[in-house]
Design a protein around this ligand. Structure first.
Ligand code: IPM
Ligand code: MN
Length: 353
């Protein structure tokens, strides 16, 4: 197969972890006989420095041309403490999601046996945890209008808006994923308070008869925040709106003890983007110490979700597991044993794939 991949390294450790994923993707191409073309483009603070725009048109075009986008991270501390900054790196991310129509953000949480002791939860609660969030990504309070301030600047407002269509397309993806997994779907909302949430619940209830093999549960977001910690094994597929998903997926990402390892996919009807869940980790930028595994596993998701190549995806997760069990790991998980550099881990993975 011939594949065109857009590379958007972004900020902080983004460029270093993307470089390792590229090594692994190239090794996959060689092993399985695929021709893989890469095209790189700027995004985030890196793009602001170059062009004044966190998501330049040229970058958008590179993404549109590509079959899949591999994205590093966005964010720079110089903008975080300046609420008055006119352009922000995060605007680039939101604009990219919207323009590429990436309405579903898929964030799995699963465990690695060799890292499970690093979970903040007791072993019996976390062993075997395996669930996946489908977070709506281009609607809700992140994009709803009106938003802003009154004239005096003394009052601010954001608007939460959802259409039935937006809920339906996200919910269908969740139902279909549940059918291929343990057949349990949890709709996370705040239907006891919010009109938007009541529309979510109503829409999911209407769709449910089309998926008779899937059991559907409805839970309030505050209760899910609690139960995710108490008994995360209760979940299989969770669907939720943009803001709830933002919050809960951060909570979910630490449960397994492997936050630095969790990949994600953002998909729409036309475009697909793959990125690690961790952020730009500016303190580590340029030091060759960041853990590249989440980005490498995002590349595995890319083979599976963008190209339907399961053996390729499996080969990547196998070699990642091998690196973990043989201790070819960066300092964040080395625990006193020898720590390898970001680039060394990437080389090892590519060689051992
Ligand atoms: C995420 C991030 C973004 C979000 C920020 C950087 C805009 O937290 O991908 O979860 O809130 O969606
Ligand atoms: Mn977030």
């Amino acid at each position: 197969m011939e594949m065109n991949i857009a590379l958007l390294p972004g900020d902080g450790i983004g460029p270093e972890v993307i470089a390792q994923a590229v090594k692994v993707v190239k090794a996959v191409g060689k092993k399985f006989g695929h021709t893989i073309n890469f095209e790189e483009a700027a995004v985030g603070a890196a793009a602001i420095d170059l062009t004044g725009n966190p998501y330049p048109d040229a970058t958008h075009e590179v993404c549109l041309r590509a079959d899949a986008v591999l994205f590093g991270a966005i964010g720079d501390p110089k903008y975080d403490n300046d609420p008055k900054a006119k352009v922000r790196p995060e605007q680039g991310l939101l604009e990219m999601r919207k323009k590429l129509g990436l309405f579903a953000n898929i964030r799995p949480t699963f465990t690695f046996p060799s890292l499970i002791h690093k979970s903040p939860l007791k072993l019996e609660r976390v062993e075997g945890v395996d669930f996946v969030f489908f977070r709506e990504l281009t609607g809700g309070i992140y994009f709803g209008e009106p938003r802003g301030r009154n004239e005096q600047g003394t009052k601010a407002f954001d608007t939460n808006v959802y259409t039935k269509e937006e809920i339906t397309r996200l919910a269908r993806m969740g139902f279909e994923a549940a059918q291929k997994r343990r057949k349990l779907l949890t709709c996370v909302d705040k239907a006891n308070v919010l009109a938007t949430s009541r529309l979510w619940r109503e829409t999911v209830q209407e769709l449910a008869p089309e998926y008779p093999d899937v059991k559907v549960e409805y839970e309030f977001v505050d209760a899910v925040a609690m139960r995710l910690i108490q008994w995360p094994k209760a979940y299989d597929v969770l669907i939720t709106e943009n803001l709830f998903g933002d919050i809960l997926t951060d909570e979910a990402s630490v449960i397994s003890g492997s936050m630095g390892l969790m990949p994600s996919a953002s998909v729409g009807t036309e475009n697909k983007l793959f990125e690690p869940i961790h952020g730009s980790y500016p303190q580590a930028a340029g030091k060759d110490i960041a853990n590249p595994l989440a980005t490498v596993l995002s590349a595995a998701m890319m083979f599976e979700y963008a190209f339907d190549l399961k053996a390729e995806a499996q080969a990547i997760s196998d070699v990642v597991n091998k690196s973990l069990s043989e201790g070819i790991v960066t300092e964040d998980i080395a625990e006193g044993a020898k720590a390898y550099k970001t680039s060394e881990v990437g080389d090892w993975l590519a060689e051992n794939l």
